[in-house]
Design a protein around this ligand. Structure first.
Ligand SMILES: *Cc1c(COP(=O)(O)O)cnc(C)c1O
Length: 463
């Protein structure tokens, strides 16, 4: 399987190179050259299989000959061995035909673990074969950083540096990044906000001499392998509810559009998905795009669902590539307009195709809190604020009652204890493996918001 850039002018790469490269050299994102499909019979045969076996069958066509079947199976098994539920991504019923897909049973309690744990295995296996060393750098507003640190701690061939905005992540999130004691992980507290952290990471990738010197690699949500790993749970969930005989809909709490794009991938592969609902908090650029065809930045406002406080939704570019007939030049033009003028208008044809696949809904802060409380009262389930945004959105967009609606539950409520307690009066406890999180010693390195200083620190640390 070959991968092409959404902007049409970067080299075509195989699976491993696309994964290790992250961002394409023309600024675009890598996508498969064609969509492999699974037959109805192949999908029907998923019923009753383990999560790992379905993962193998869904991802195999994308990986090509990068790994042997045995190797790839072994990597998948190791990736999910640390999940604390045998089903890996189990479902819980919250209404007559409404379900939560719990994606937070991995080590850092957010769905980012599902992809990041696998990526940790894939990176290590690829690097071992080529005897290469890489330096992973990433910026985080909370969940990605801890998932990446947990996935790469102690892995051979990898040194990982995560920049987080000093004082602007929750205490649970910070401690998840600063308490792992593996020598190859480094949490850097940068003086500034998330945009500053993100900007310095981009600067490092654009400093080509530095990029080559340290073997820079990225695992943020533009990495294709992350999207791919997330397509798997759409299959396990839908098949458990009767697919492929029956259609199933999904509602996805959305920020960078990676998770909901994985649903689109599952659909292109042949999974009979009825609707994909993009749920946003009050940072609603994607909701507005689906409603009116105009994709325009309006400024990010903080919310109680902080992992969705984003307006440059990087994976949306992958969907643009699809709805513009895979014309890289057209996508490059739109992205230029977004950078230069703060937005763009979709063509009528592209908007129609967007609406063929996706619905949008927006949830206010008050509605988020009300939904946490109402869900607890009706079902006993305590949900995180991101999940609540989607539960509310699902209710707003609910179509035919006979089509099951699956809401992706993206984080454990104990990751956001203050917001959850304020909404429903229950303070969710951390699961047992993390109960001592607040007693573990922290390791923090403070850095200035300055490219040269950060690069010097990375050079010195990895030497
Ligand atoms: C990252 C994240 C999201 C948003 O997912 P995207 O793939 O960026 O759209 C939603 N909820 C939680 C808890 C997250 O950590």
């Amino acid at each position: 399987m070959n991968y092409v850039s959404t902007r049409g002018s970067a080299p075509v790469l195989g699976f491993e190179e696309a994964m290790l490269t992250g961002l394409a050299r023309d600024g675009g994102l890598y996508v498969p050259e064609t969509w492999p499909t699974l037959s109805r019979e192949e999908i029907a045969a998923f019923a009753g299989l383990s999560y790992e076996e379905v993962a193998f069958r869904v991802m195999r066509p994308f990986v090509g000959d990068a790994f042997t079947d045995d190797e790839f199976r072994g990597l998948i098994d190791r990736a999910y061995a640390g999940f604390r539920h045998v089903a890996r991504c189990p479902m819980v019923q919250i209404g007559p035909n409404d379900w939560l897909l719990e994606l937070f049973h991995g080590p850092t309690l957010a769905f980012k673990d599902v992809a990041m744990q696998l990526i940790g295995q894939l990176f290590e296996a690829s690097l071992k074969k080529s005897a290469r060393r890489v330096t992973i750098v990433g910026a985080t507003s909370g969940d990605t950083g801890s998932a990446a640190i947990e996935a790469f701690a102690g892995r051979e061939g990898v040194e990982i540096f995560i920049l987080y905005p000093d004082g602007r992540v929750s205490e649970v999130q910070r401690r998840q990044m600063t308490t792992p004691d593996a020598a190859n992980v480094h949490a850097l507290a940068i003086a500034g906000d998330f945009d500053a952290a993100q900007a310095r990471v981009k600067d490092m990738f654009n400093d080509h001499a530095f990029r080559d010197e340290v073997g820079l690699a990225g695992v943020n949500s533009i990495n294709w392998a992350r999207v791919l790993a997330q397509a798997v749970y759409y299959f396990t969930a839908a098949v458990s509810l009767g697919a492929p005989e029956r259609k199933v809909s999904f509602t996805v709490p959305t920020g960078n559009f990676g998770d909901v794009f994985a649903g689109y991938v599952a659909k292109r592969m042949g999974l009979p998905i009825d609707r994909l609902v993009v749920a946003t908090n009050r940072n609603d650029i994607l909701y507005r795009t689906i409603a009116g065809g105009e994709h325009r930045k309006a400024g990010v406002q903080p919310t109680i669902s902080p992992s969705m406080d984003i307006e440059v939704s990087s994976n949306f570019e992958r969907l643009l590539f699809e709805i513009y007939d895979r014309e890289g030049a057209a996508v490059a033009e739109l992205m230029e307009e977004l950078a230069g003028q703060g937005g763009f208008e979709l063509s009528q044809g592209a908007l129609a195709r967007l609406r063929d696949e996706f619905d949008g809904a927006r949830t206010s802060e008050e509605e988020t809190r009300d939904t946490i409380r109402a869900t607890r009262e009706a079902t006993g389930e305590v949900i995180c604020p991101h999940t609540a945004v989607a539960v509310h959105a699902a209710a707003q967009t609910r179509g035919a009652p006979e089509v099951p609606m699956v809401v992706l539950a993206t984080a454990h409520p104990a990751k956001f204890p203050d917001a959850v307690e304020a909404a429903c009066g229950v303070r969710p406890a951390l699961p047992p493996h993390m109960a001592d999180l607040f007693d573990r010693p922290e390791r923090i390195t403070h850095v200035e918001n300055d490219l040269a200083a950060i690069e010097a620190l990375i050079r010195k640390t990895r030497a």
